[in-house]
Each structure stands twice: as structure tokens, then as C-alpha cells.
Ligand binder design. Structure first.
Ligand code: GLU
Length: 465
């Protein structure tokens, strides 16, 4: 079988990270099986669909490297095709016009509720052999309803949830076209999944209720239902459904916050899927390992600390040259001219082991290019005790003639420590503070190599007078 999967987002409202998991899994399944992956934009809800949401989806997917074989295909551009199928269904007696007005429907619902029955369409306009239909009213435009099978049930073997059976008596005759002729959501999905030869539908489990309806329409159209895999929801870190209101972020937000796409992909992969105890893996490994059998059955929970940890792992693994390129845009935002002053690749190389995000690298790098603002007298007194000033002065002299290498600077420090009978921290802390107005820096000899002797002496000289 040639595997074909799709991601079929509705571009309505906010697209958070969890939403893109429904793109990642079908993509990985298609790639694993050398099949095709299609992007279909379900934009028939004209009032709620926005181009902005479409852009967020497409950008996010391309940033994560989820490449497409087909698409984006916009449902709004397929309206003629849906109308054509509706006509075929009417002609074949698979669907019918229903002239029940809104008011009548509401009345029916109220009555059913009062009788403690489940509200559902009562089949008034459904043609049956020998049944006399009501007279067609003049001023009501009909909806088109699908003739759902009566009796029996719809059964499918969900790749995540196992066997699911829904009785047809639970399903009323679904409206497939509105009075103005526009097709409805569940109908378009079926026509598309059939036309696009989708073999596996991997989507959020909020669609489980739609599935029996879709299967019935699909069978009526002569199609064979695909394999369905309904993914449990992604909850936020407080266990609520993810939403913008409770702080969910889009992929674009993560990109702006200095996350690497590999980290996001790896993180999303583990939100509801596992391979033994593997936590850090490449995109290639993920594709290699991905199967539907290892999808989790319980809701996955978003864990921002884990994501940060993964980002740190990927930053550590990334070559400084590559990382420098990725960090440059963030550095430029902070006003750093990466082309003058210390070598940016070396600066990044020095900072990467401690950083969790590209922004943290850029912030650390800033201190190499732009001297820190002047400290207050109190801050100076606390961080650079008077007693250490003579040692600092000697260090400046030693640095002037030192070899501009780690070893050269290390030797200069050693000589000053011996001369003044002090230990390394007593000297290194004030030096760090004098250079960067912080006592947290990478190894001081490496820092000096990257910052450069002249700039270091300039900054040290400012605090010894
Ligand atoms: N458009 C639906 C959504 O965004 C997905 C439909 C599907 O995957 O079948 O939730």
C-alpha cells in the first residue's frame, strides 16, 4: 500500500505548539513508509479563518522541516468539487433535501428535551419507499442531508484507542450542504480524504465523534475508510487544555524566544509517542522509529522545563559556526555589531555550554562587545575590595606583556597570585566583575583570549583608580 497522510488544520484562531503535533506525526508516518504527506487547509469557516493563521502553520512547518509532497490545498478552492459530489449523492438517492425551518428544528429539539430524549433530527423529509413526504414549502431553501444508515453500527479499529463501535441510531441524518449550497465540514473532509487517497488519518481525538459520520458518508460514496489514529489531547503544564488564554505559545513564539527547531521537533515527538527510553534523538532517528503502535493513549502534558532542557542539549551539540549564524539575528536585536570586536564564533563557542536559548547566548555575547554600564560606588566596593586593587594593578602590567593565549594569561594570573599570596577566586572574581559587571563568566583565561588583551586592560584600568 502506498501510504498517504495529511495534516488538515482549520486556520481559525491561535495555532499553538500542541496543534503542530498533529502535523508532525502524519509527516513522520509518511516519511517512515516512503509515502506522501499532504497539507490541506480547512478554511470553509470563512468568518473564523485567517491568512495569519495559515501563515503561522506554513512557517511553523517549514521551520521544523516538515516538508510537503502536496499542498497546501485550500478547501475553499474545491467548492465546485463538493457541489458536484452533493449533486451525485442527490441523484443517487444517498442524500435528500430537507425543508425543515430553523423554527421547526428548534421546536423539535425543545420537545425532545422536555421528553428527556436526545435532540436529533426526526427524519421528516427523509424519503423512504412508500412514504408520503410533506408538501414542499415555497419560501424555505432546503438543507441537504445525508441518508445515514438505519440500524447496525459503525465499527473501526482506531490505531490509538482500539476498537470503537457507535450505533447508527446515535447518528441522525447529517446536513452536508447549507441552504445557500455551501458544503459542511464533515462532508468536505470525506470528499477530500477520498479524492486525496488518504490511507491514514492521524488527528486529535476531538474528532472521534465525527469519525462514524465520516465513515458512513465515505462508504456511501463507495470508498474504503482509511486507518484512523486519534491522538489524545495535549494539556498545558497545569493540566488544562492548551489555549492562548492560559499561556500556550505558537511555534513562532518559540522561534523568537531562541529555541532550535530540532529541540522543538524532538520535544513534540515525545508528546504522546515514545521509543524505549530515548529522549534526545535526531529527526532521522525519529522518522526511522516512528510507528502508530507506540503512540500513547493518555493525554500528554506540556512541560516547559523539559523543552528548555532539550534546547540546551541541542545548543551544546551544535557546532559553534552554525550556532553563531543562528544567534546573529538575536545579537543584532541587542545592538551587537558581530562583525567588529571579538570573533563572534569564538564568543558563541565560549558561551554555548551554559546557555539554554539563543537569546541567552546573545545576552552573554553582548558583554564582549559593549562594556557594561558603570557600577555604583557601592557595587564597586562590594565586588572589588580595596585590598585587591594592588594585585589588579600588577595583573594589568603582567597582561600587557603576556602571550595572548590561555597559557600566557594563566601564567600572568599565577605570578600575581604568588606575589600577593592570594588564591585564584580572590583575584578572578574582581576581574570578572571589572570586565563584565558580573561574577558569572566562563573560565577567565578563555574569556581573556576571546575578549582580547587591549579591551580587557581598558576595562580593568577603569576600576583600579
Ligand atoms: N480541521 C480539523 C481541525 O483543525 C482537522 C480535521 C481532520 O484532521 O480530519 O481540527
Amino acid at each position: 500500500m502506498h501510504i498517504r497522510t495529511r495534516f488538515a488544520p482549520s486556520p481559525t484562531g491561535f495555532i499553538h505548539l500542541g496543534n503542530l503535533r498533529s502535523a508532525l506525526y502524519p509527516w513522520a508516518f509518511a516519511r517512515h513508509n516512503k509515502g506522501d504527506f499532504i497539507l490541506r487547509i480547512e478554511d470553509t469557516d470563512l468568518e473564523r479563518s485567517t491568512q495569519e493563521a495559515v501563515d503561522v502553520i506554513i512557517e511553523g512547518m517549514s521551520w521544523l522541516g516538515l516538508d510537503l509532497d502536496e499542498g497546501p490545498i485550500y478547501q475553499m478552492q474545491r467548492i465546485d468539487r463538493y457541489r458536484e459530489v452533493i449533486k451525485q449523492m442527490l441523484d443517487a438517492g444517498l442524500a435528500y433535501s430537507c425543508y425543515m425551518s430553523e423554527d421547526e428544528l428548534n421546536q423539535l429539539r425543545d420537545q425532545q428535551m422536555a421528553n428527556k430524549e436526545k435532540p436529533r433530527y426526526n427524519g421528516l423529509w427523509r424519503p423512504e419507499p412508500g412514504k408520503l413526504l410533506p408538501q414542499v414549502p415555497k419560501d424555505v431553501l432546503p438543507v441537504i442531508r445525508f441518508k445515514n444508515p438505519i440500524g447496525g453500527s459503525v465499527i473501526w479499529n482506531d490505531a490509538v484507542k482500539g476498537s470503537i463501535e457507535i450505533s447508527n441510531d446515535e447518528l441522525d441524518d447529517l446536513v452536508i450542504a447549507r441552504p445557500d449550497g455551501t458544503p459542511t465540514y464533515n462532508f468536505c473532509v470525506v470528499v477530500d480524504d477520498l479524492d486525496m487517497n488518504i490511507t491514514h488519518v492521524i488527528r486529535g481525538d476531538d474528532h472521534v465523534n465525527n469519525t462514524p459520520r465520516q465513515i458512513n458518508i465515505m462508504r456511501a460514496l463507495g470508498g474504503a475508510p482509511p486507518v484512523y489514529a486519534h491522538l489524545p489531547t495535549v494539556l498545558n503544564d497545569s493540566g488544562e487544555k492548551m489555549s492562548k488564554r492560559n499561556g500556550a505559545m505558537s511555534v513562532r513564539d518559540y522561534q523568537k524566544a531562541g529555541y532550535l527547531p530540532q529541540a522543538i521537533l524532538n520535544y513534540l515527538a515525545r508528546l504522546g509517542w515514545s521509543h524505549g527510553d530515548a529522549e534526545v534523538f535526531t529527526k532521522e532517528q525519529f522518522v526511522d522509529w516512528f510507528d502508530l503502535d507506540s503512540l500513547g493513549r493518555s493525554p500528554a502534558q506540556h512541560n516547559p522545563e523539559k523543552l528548555l532542557w532539550l534546547n540546551h542539549q541541542y545548543i551544546q551539540q551544535t557546532d559553534p559556526e552554525v550556532l553563531a549564524q543562528l544567534t546573529k539575528p538575536f545579537a543584532h536585536i541587542l545592538g551587537i555589531d558581530t562583525d567588529s570586536g571579538p570573533n563572534f564564533v569564538q564568543v558563541v563557542g565560549l558561551l554555548k555550554d551554559r546557555a539554554n536559548t539563543l537569546i541567552e547566548i546573545a545576552e552573554g555575547a553582548k558583554l564582549f562587545y559593549i562594556p557594561p554600564p558603570n557600577s555604583t560606588p557601592d557595587q564597586l566596593a562590594t565586588n572589588i575590595p580595596q585590598a585587591i586593587i594592588p594585585a589588579l594593578k600588577d595583573l594589568i602590567h603582567k597582561l600587557e606583556t603576556a602571550e595572548p593565549t590561555k597559557e600566557g594569561y594563566g601564567a600572568a594570573f599565577k605570578q600575581v597570585l604568588a606575589q600577593h599570596q592570594i588564591k585564584m577566586p580572590a583575584l578572578a572574581m574582581p576581574v570578572r566583575y571589572a570586565l563584565f559587571a558580573t561574577t558569572q563568566t566562563p573560565a577567565i583565561d578563555s574569556v581573556l583570549v576571546v575578549l582580547g588583551k587591549d579591551e580587557a586592560i581598558k576595562r580593568l584600568s577603569k576600576v583600579v583608580h
